[in-house]
Design a protein around this ligand. Structure first.
Ligand code: FAD
Ligand code: DLZ
Length: 531
């Protein structure tokens, strides 16, 4: 009779996880809280609390099912504080003959576990079937294609799953309703309050523990409201479906100075740690369209994010790693601006996105892409520095989804594999899509001078700096045409304005310098192969 130790990671909290099906009698399920996972980047305290509280609740639910569980708590004196040694210690302790684990969400762990498949105490990796696609299926789709555009992948997913299909045709006759989904916010808008979950003694104990151990990390614990059980996560899904989905589409791209969540679902964290399945979420949204309670543009827009983007970035990650993480097509080399940690900046849009991130461990997609992302792109922040920040500060951050979004979508560092052009934008864009500029000391219409929005000169400066790489891109022809028509005098003034801004921008490497030890193990695999 096999006697496996089944290691369940902090983002695998799914009742019917592949490794938990058909457990042999002697099996022991292990969940391990370890310091290494909390500190290789300085995770937001809300993210650590979410994962640990959800792990503790999940362990309780496994015990209720009659499964034998070992739970290593962060404070246990014999805890080895890193996942692989701790799992191997437990396997020996319980006399187990192998360690089973579902594919982890990060390449570094996958590689370390793969390397132990033939060890005397062997690790057995099991495919993660909680997604619509496997890495193998994505690789088959990508094989032989020059560009891996989301749109084609998404259409194939729609056909394969039948979601929002009428026979062989897309519901409503179109695959994509993006054009209907770009409304700016009206002057007054009532946004429903997000659900607040009670804190039972288990969650309260974790919040205290996290405050003690990780209290110095960027981010406040005060507004913790993440779902830590499947029941709470289902409550969040119900809230989204009933109150937010009908308006999700039209305000999908809007940014508000006061409302952090708008009509976004806030379901990513629950999805990523396994409390919800992408299938149940997409099917719940589709039902609203079929039964006439939500318009097609909203439902299609939402399903595209999950069935399309979420699966697509995961496929890219697993088929391109580890080389993907080293991409730096635009040669960005600068450190992260200080304000990403302090929130201190005169740019209202940036300051508010960072404050909301600090308070909620959340910013919606357009804030991540077009505010913190765009500013970093224009300021030449290196992929490594920016990826570490995004991996640290959001409750939903997992490398398989963070990395392609930051490195591919924001920084264009994969040379255009993911996006056909960089998402660079000037202050005009922020003014059109948000109400920030009304509260800002800068004027989005001015390009030079004391009151000019810095994004404007940075934007043109970025285009000028990267003209050799980007000006031949057909999608950027128009904008390079505008640059070419500017007088040399105007261009020199813009260059000067942006140059002074960049020279005066406080930047920091402090966290990287301090955390070098904690990061060594995390980065070993990637650095080994650095050319
Ligand atoms: P909604 O707007 O309600 O969208 C619904 C769902 O669609 C999300 O819950 C998410 O599961 C999925 N989704 C939406 N956009 C994307 C996308 N671009 N890629 C993959 N899935 C998507 N998402 C993460 O889950 N973890 C990350 O670490 C992460 N890092 C990001 C970093 C950057 C720079 C950018 C631009 C995007 C990142 N995203 C990440 C994607 C997206 O911003 C978040 O999924 C979304 O903001 C989560 O909020 P929500 O649940 O309210 O999303
Ligand atoms: C994010 C996180 C944190 C903070 N802590 C733990 C932990 O103590 N134990 C654990 O199993 N997982 C944790 N996680 C999630 C892991 O980082 C995640 O499982 C891996 O990155 C693989 O996806």
């Amino acid at each position: 009779m096999p006697r496996p130790l089944v290691l369940v990671l902090g983002d695998q909290l799914t009742p019917d996880l592949a490794s938990l099906r058909d457990l042999p009698e002697g099996a022991v399920a292990a969940l391990c809280e370890v310091a290494a996972e909390g500190s290789y980047v300085p995770h937001h305290p809300q993210k650590i609390a979410l994962v640990l509280a959800a792990m503790r609740h999940f362990a309780q639910s496994l015990r209720k099912r009659g499964i034998r569980v070992h739970y290593s708590a962060l404070d246990d004196p014999d805890n080895l504080q890193a996942l692989i040694p701790e799992a191997e210690r437990l396997a020996l302790l319980y006399g187990c003959d192998e360690i089973r684990v579902v594919r982890p969400g990060e390449w570094r762990l996958w590689q370390a576990m793969k390397a132990r498949e033939a060890a005397p105490l062997p690790w057995r990796l099991i495919e993660d079937d909680r997604f619509y696609t496997t890495p193998e299926a994505f690789a088959a789709w990508a094989d032989g294609r020059k560009a891996l555009r989301l749109e084609y992948f998404y259409r194939e997913q729609r056909r394969r799953t039948g979601l929002l299909m009428e026979g062989d045709e897309p519901a409503g006759g179109r695959w994509n309703y993006d054009h209907d989904n770009r409304e700016p916010l009206p002057a007054t808008l009532a946004v429903p309050e997000p659900p607040r979950h009670g804190r039972d003694p288990t969650t309260q104990a974790v919040l205290t523990l996290v405050a003690e151990h990780f209290g110095e990390h960027f981010g406040s614990l005060a507004g913790f409201h993440w779902p830590v059980t499947r029941r709470q996560a289902l409550g969040d899904l119900r809230h989204f479906i009933d109150h937010l989905l009908p308006d999700f589409g039209r305000y999908q791209d809007a940014i508000s100075d006061s409302e952090p969540f708008l009509f976004h679902s806030r379901l990513s964290a629950a999805l990523n740690i396994g409390l919800l399945s992408p299938r149940e979420v997409c099917e719940a949204a589709e039902r609203e369209y079929r039964e006439g309670r939500a318009p097609l543009n909203a439902v299609e827009g939402f399903i595209r994010q999950i069935l399309g983007w979420r699966e697509y970035v995961r496929g890219l990650y697993w088929t391109r790693m580890p080389a993907y993480k080293r991409g730096n097509a635009l040669g960005a080399r600068q450190a992260l601006p200080d304000c990403y940690w302090s929130g201190e900046t005169e740019l209202r849009c940036l300051g508010r996105a960072i404050e909301m991130t600090r308070d909620n461990a959340y910013a919606h997609h357009i804030q991540r892409l077009m505010v913190t992302g765009n500013f970093a792109l224009l300021c030449d922040v290196s992929p490594e520095a920016l990826c570490d920040w995004y991996l640290a500060v959001y409750a939903d951050a997992c490398e398989w989804v963070e990395l392609p979004n930051v490195l591919g979508m924001v920084l264009h560092a994969d040379g255009g594999l993911m996006g056909s052009k960089p998402y660079c934008a000037s202050g005009k864009y922020i003014d059109r899509m948000s109400d920030h500029c009304r509260h800002c000391r800068f004027d989005p219409k001015k390009v030079t001078g004391d009151r000019a929005c810095p994004l404007n000169s940075l934007y043109w400066h970025f285009l000028e700096r990267h003209a050799e790489t980007l000006s031949t891109n057909p999608r950027m022809k128009l904008i390079y045409g505008s640059l070419a028509r500017m007088s040399e005098e105007k261009r020199a003034a813009i260059r000067d304005q942006a140059g002074r801004f960049l020279a005066d921008l406080p930047r920091t490497t402090a966290w990287h310098d301090e955390a070098e030890g904690a990061r060594d193990a995390h980065l070993a695999g990637y650095r080994e192969e650095t050319p």
